[in-house]
Design a protein around this ligand. Sequence first.
Ligand code: GAL
Length: 421
Amino acid sequence: MRKTLLAMTGLAVLSLAVGTAVPGVAHADEVEVLHWWTSGGEAAALGVLKKDLEGKGITWLDMPVAGGGGTQAMTVLRARVSSGNPPTAVQMLGFDILDWAEQGVVADLNETATAGGWDAVVPAALQNFSKYDGKWIAAPVNVHSTNWIWANKAVLDQVGVAPPTDWDGLIAALDKIKAAGLVALAHGGQPWQDATIFDSVVLTTGGPDFYKKSMIELDPEALGSDTMKTVFDRMAQLRSYVDPNFPGRDWNLASAMVIKGEAGMQIMGDWAKGEFINAGKKPGTDFVCFRFPGTQGSVTFNSDQFVMFEVGEERRAAQVELANAIMSPDFQSAFNVVKGSVPARTDVSDAAFDDCGKKAMLDLKEAAASDQLMGSMAHGHSAPASVKNAMYDVITNHFNGGIASSEEAVTQLVAAVAAAQ
Ligand code: GAL
């Protein structure tokens, strides 16, 4: 992979050096943005950014690549960079940002970041990914977190359960929903969605220190421990609450099952809230948000950042405008209210946010203060893509019954992570 990327860099430089006019390239007052925000809620949030830029006289060239978690988007990006025609900006997560920075193909935002005082307002956990070699290379637009559950309020009331606060309570609630003839757990069988559940199951089963040891430090003992066996046992248990049509289902269709009351709950990051809001649903009335039982106090986060690529002088001014628009406090409030996430700046008021958003902002602050703010494995914030993908394979294979036991899953996890490093 490294070699391929380096070869691409060479091509990109060559193409810029000879001034080749590449068809489809953005003009001076245009920004071409590659992203995977294609669901209803995501598109509504993106609309806030497009409108903001239009107001500044900048035209948005949309480059959507469907697929939650961005796996497909990253494949398309490699092709674009290899043809010497990178987009102006690219939605990206965690370690992927650092991987691209290492290839020397991203732009330097330091001048505008210094003028805008970004250092003082962006939390350190995010700056770890927004900067490379001490230079700003990306503008963080939000902070999402994965340890959430989204439930249909009428369904919970019908079966007589309150939001559970521990694992046993969760299982009891799922049993009641299932007994009422509904789908207990709405889920889409795609590797990144299986991994999103895994984030929370690791955290509730082993606690924050175990999450750090296994998902961030990649400690072989933690990965191969009895606690990790219990994690896989629990994944298999959750699998029994999913309907037969789950393979391949997109996450937003799983959200729709909860919105319509066909299913009780969905374990998903807070982009799911964007779907509920987009469907006109109100938190506390139509749906309920609560932390995955047993993970209260901790946050497994992912932050969408827009990485700026080296695009040449004529497109630079619009690129910098885009970065500054993303970092504006007013924009961060307006955008994140719709997206379901919270601002990537610490100086934005929670006044415009609903109760789930207010809780997300408070949880984030408290988790950061108590050292329980941890990068999401599923969304590329705990380990580089090679390790993440190795974990995905084992988690998904096990979830789909392709690995006979939790013992075997743990053995494969240890081996896969070791081989990927
Ligand atoms: C995440 C991303 C979110 C959301 C989700 C589903 O990786 O950070 O913004 O879009 O994928 O597409």
